[in-house]
Design a binder for this molecule. Structure first.
Ligand code: SF4
Length: 238
């Protein structure tokens, strides 16, 4: 079992390695709060590069957020073609825009954090269609707080690295551990780097540990290295 200090060291070392070897993540353009909410929905379970391209296409399809609000879910899903889980995400976007429109009579959420971050997080979590990932994303990217958005690919990498140790650990306690282990200043890099790792080598199914930068520190990677290579299939006799 990894102690909290070891988790901290492991994550710091992993991030350093990924930062050195992967292309620079680049500083994203700041987005208005509502736009960041909708971007987060698209980004969940996806890579930053994929989500950036998909979100730009999506925005370009509609005149404004009100046009998205009055569009049907299949129309929104069509504008999100290629995004994982596009149908469910379209439903969420439609619900969020409807909720914001009815609650604030505007799509401007600039004042969301005027009563503090905790209150802003509570308000965001109340939006119909919102996800835990999107709340944390907006706190991290728009509101200047320390929160780590955790989607399935991120959780998969954390399990394989041994940072999450049991299957039944709840999301709140995982978040607490990770937010303690990853400094606020490294939060965005953590989110982006781990998503890239998950999409390239630490994929769903069998990970490609031999090609992974973290293989010497990752228990799953070490375990894979100790296994004898899978036997090649015998040629069929004629
Ligand atoms: S070594 Fe393998 S399991 Fe570990 S992070 Fe890399 S790809 Fe994932």
């Amino acid at each position: 079992m990894l102690a909290i200090m070891n988790k901290q060291d492991l994550l710091a070392k992993s991030l350093k390695l990924l930062d050195k070897k992967l292309p620079p993540a680049g500083v994203p353009e700041p987005r208005p709060v509502l736009e960041e909410v909708l971007y987060a929905i698209v980004r969940e379970g996806y890579t930053t590069e994929g989500a950036n391209a998909a979100f730009a296409r999506f925005k370009g399809t509609f005149f404004d957020w009100n046009e998205v609000r009055v569009s049907t879910v299949p129309e929104i899903a069509d504008a999100l073609k290629g995004v994982p889980d596009a149908g469910r995400k379209a439903q969420r976007i439609s619900e969020i825009l409807q909720y914001v429109f009815e609650m604030y009579y505007s799509f401007d959420l600039t004042d969301l954090d005027k009563k503090g971050l905790k209150q802003a997080a509570k308000q965001l979590a109340r939006f119909t269609g919102m996800t835990d990932f999107a709340v944390a994303w907006v706190i991290q990217r728009s509101l200047g707080g320390h929160a780590l958005p955790l989607d399935e690919p991120t959780l998969r990498v954390m399990r394989r690295l041994g940072v999450i140790e049991t299957e039944d650990e709840d999301l709140e306690s995982i978040r607490g551990t990770l937010e303690h282990a990853v400094a606020k200043s490294a939060g965005q890099a953590f989110t982006d780097r781990i998503a890239t790792l998950a999409a390239t080598v630490c994929r769903e199914g069998k990970p490609r540990c031999t090609d992974c930068l973290l293989k010497s520190d990752c228990p799953t990677g070490q375990d894979q290295g100790r296994r004898p290579p899978e036997p090649k299939p015998k040629p069929k006799s004629r």
